[in-house]
Design a protein around this ligand. Structure first.
Ligand code: PLP
Length: 391
């Protein structure tokens, strides 16, 4: 036995960072139990319930006893429906065999990173960025290279940054467009260059498109339009409003399909059967029409919240084109966004996510607002912020 006591958690588990937003959420819930009304702008999931046709399809699946395992890579019918969606939405032909259905985008990220990263390899990611990714890389014995990104690059990785930070040990480069927490996108031109540059450096590009569908301006396409030699991640969680069903997918290159399948068998056996049957209804025309209405509602919220925050003195130098987040510079008010968020919750009943959840680069000067609540709540939130800031 080594020096590490076997009665303690493994170092990889002990070292993993918690979600600070959970601290905010727990305190918000406690205040609500004590009778306070809290404005929730910390939550990273749509407030809308799953669309009606999805709920009905889930109920039918249950009634029909669809409670057994499916193949590890998912129901053939759903893989075909996802492939057809790429054709319908982007005009891109994706063979259903390359679509692997997973337990959320989280499951897809696990498969991609497990398929690509050897111990000692590194993965290039953005700071700020979705925190689970860098934790996952470390869990698997890889090294995350957290590239500080700011307004000058739209909070996204650029070919220039890639050249500066990638090394001969870079196994993968992971980008998310639109991004959590900034809502900003990689332009098609930049994406085109990353698609060419990452393989040239000897690595694989992973593109997280989980916030596709929730884009409010500009045209955009899937990275699959540009190359077959990359990994694309997506999910039923955000645009389709199915967070709790735990269902997403990975589109993998032909060369890696067999190893992704073996990993899926071993890690998950299969994604949830009931969720997969429910998700078949996610692509029905009536569901897509409802999702379009919801997209418009999110856009309306963004268009209210963004200028309102700027008027209060928060800086948002790059317009968030998508997702449901605004990553705001709060350095006019504080140099410690975590205690700012906790004080704001205590004094004004407004819950936000502190920047520290997304990395360390200028994290103490930022907070994330999620517009995953009704417009009237956002209006009340802004009024409370104004009072809290003494304006
Ligand atoms: C950028 C990004 N990727 C992946 C996920 C994981 O989503 P899920 O596993 O619910 O599909 C999230 C969730 O917030 C996210 O923001």
């Amino acid at each position: 036995m080594g020096t590490h006591s076997k009665r303690l958690p493994a170092a990889r588990a002990a070292d993993i960072a918690p979600f600070h937003v959970m601290e905010v959420l727990a305190r918000a819930k406690a205040l609500e139990r004590a009778g306070r009304h809290i404005i929730h702008m910390e939550v990273g999931e749509p407030d809308f319930h799953s669309p009606g046709p999805v709920l009905q399809a889930g109920q039918v699946a249950l009634r029909n006893g669809q409670t057994h395992y499916t193949p590890a890579v998912g129901l053939g019918e759903l893989r075909e429906a996802i492939a057809a969606f790429y054709q319908h939405r982007y005009g891109v032909a994706v063979p259903p065999e390359r679509v692997v259905v997973t337990p959320g985008a989280a499951g897809a990220l696990q498969l991609a990173v497990a398929a690509l990263v050897d111990p000692g390899d590194n993965v290039v990611l953005t700071d700020p960025g979705y925190p689970c990714n860098r934790h996952l890389v470390s869990l698997l014995g890889g090294r995350p290279i957290n590239v500080p990104v700011g307004p000058d690059s739209g909070y996204q990785l650029t070919p220039q940054l890639l050249e500066r930070f990638a090394t001969s040990e870079t196994a993968a480069v992971l980008i998310a467009s639109p991004s959590n927490p900034t809502g900003t996108m990689v332009s098609e031109e930049q994406l085109r260059r990353l698609v060419a540059d990452v393989p040239a450096l000897g690595g694989h590009l992973i593109v997280d498109e989980i916030y596709h569908g929730l884009v409010y301006e500009g045209n955009y396409t899937t990275a699959l339009d540009l190359s077959d030699d990359l990994f694309v991640i997506n999910s039923f969680s955000k645009y389709f409003g199915m967070t709790g069903w735990r269902l997403g997918w990975l589109v993998a290159p032909e060369s890696h399909l067999r190893c992704v399948e073996k990993l899926a068998q071993n890690l998950f056996i299969a994604p949830s059967t009931i969720a997969q049957h429910a998700a078949l209804a996610a692509f029905l025309p009536e569901t897509l029409a409802l999702l379009e209405e919801r997209r418009q509602a999110f856009r309306e919220r963004r268009d209210f919240l963004l200028p309102a925050l700027e008027r209060l003195g928060f800086a948002v130098p790059v317009v968030p084109q998508g997702a449901f987040y605004i990553y705001a510079d709060c350095s006019r008010f504080t140099s410690d966004s975590r205690s700012f968020a906790l004080r704001l919750l205590e004094d004004a009943g407004v819950a936000l996510t502190p920047g520290v959840d997304f990395g360390s680069y200028r994290a103490a000067q930022h907070v994330r607002f999620a517009y995953t609540t009704a417009l009237t709540e956002l209006e009340e939130g802004v009024a409370r912020l104004k009072r809290f800031l003494g304006q």
